[in-house]
Design a protein around this ligand. Structure first.
Ligand code: SAM
Length: 257
């Protein structure tokens, strides 16, 4: 069912779904208007468009945040048009979205965050020895590393991120936290030397996992830990699975290199 999502970037797939439904509704609009003997209100059309788009998007195997986005986008767009907002608002909103969700279109990795219960579980997985080096590959807003850095002042934490707004926020919040064992780098995870770390953590998506695991295998030192939040690596069974007691039943997959 999710072939559309696999063949196209999810952003383009979602836009394509909206475009096809918009085309269909535009063709049907005069027919419905004739049947009900009045022009079809734009609000009805926007709500119907959102509803159908949400259902179809779910049918193609997209997750709930995507479905909600598809549901609310048409009515929101209509409200924005009715409010007669200045036209520069739309490119600015689009630019902000691109700067936040930078890695969705190309790497197919969205921005969602590790919750606190999971951060506590990761803390327990860190080796007890002093001077442990840990990386969060795709560190988002940096919350996981800020938490870990606070509780393990003897260890050193590095976040790698290429989405401009999350990177800037993580850097700023890291500075404001006052932690001196925490750094954020604007760097693609595939360009990093993973051999520098005793623990590598990632919470990405199924798409980059095979290539990333290959890189980790080639570069990481024997005995170091590779931890993936939720996403498996086909053909490579983790050595340990930690089941986190949170609402989404998070699984931390742990490989010892
Ligand atoms: C699901 S979020 C996880 C954020 C954070 N690690 C956490 O657990 O709260 C994934 C992050 O990886 C980033 N990302 C995806 N591909 C990347 C790449 N090739 N290089 C650097 N960052 C990347 C995305 O921009 C996004 O912020």
């Amino acid at each position: 069912m999710n072939f559309l999502k696999k063949e196209l970037s999810p952003v383009f797939a979602a836009l394509a779904i909206q475009a096809v439904i918009f085309g269909g509704l535009s063709l049907l609009r005069p027919v419905i208007a004739e049947a009900i003997d009045m022009p079809v209100p734009l609000l009805w059309l926007a709500l119907t468009q959102g509803l159908i788009a949400g259902i179809v998007t779910r049918g193609f195997g997209f997750s709930i945040p995507w479905v909600i986005g598809q549901l609310v986008a048409p009515p929101l767009l209509l409200f924005a048009l009715v409010l007669d907002l200045p036209s520069w608002i739309f490119p600015v909103i689009l630019l902000l979205l691109i700067l936040v969700f930078w890695n969705v279109a190309v790497g197919r990795v969205p921005l969602f965050l590790t919750n606190r219960t999971t951060s506590v579980a990761i803390l327990k997985l860190l080796p007890k020895k002093k001077g442990v080096q840990m990386a969060d590959l795709g560190s988002g807003l940096g919350g996981t590393l800020r938490h870990l850095a606070k509780h393990r002042p003897d260890a050193r934490f590095t976040g790698l991120e290429t989405a401009p707004i999350p990177f800037a926020l993580s850097w700023l919040l890291g500075r404001l936290s006052g932690a001196n064992n925490l750094a954020f780098r604007f760097q693609d995870i595939f360009r990093a030397d993973l051999g520098a770390f005793d623990v590598v953590y990632c919470f990405l998506s199924p798409v980059p996992m095979p290539e990333l695991f290959k890189k980790a295998k080639a570069e990481m030192k024997p005995g170091s830990l590779f931890i993936s939040n939720s996403f498996e690596v086909a053909g490579h069974k983790p050595h340990k699975i930690v089941e986190v007691d949170d609402r989404r039943r998070t699984k931390l997959l742990v490989w010892r290199m």
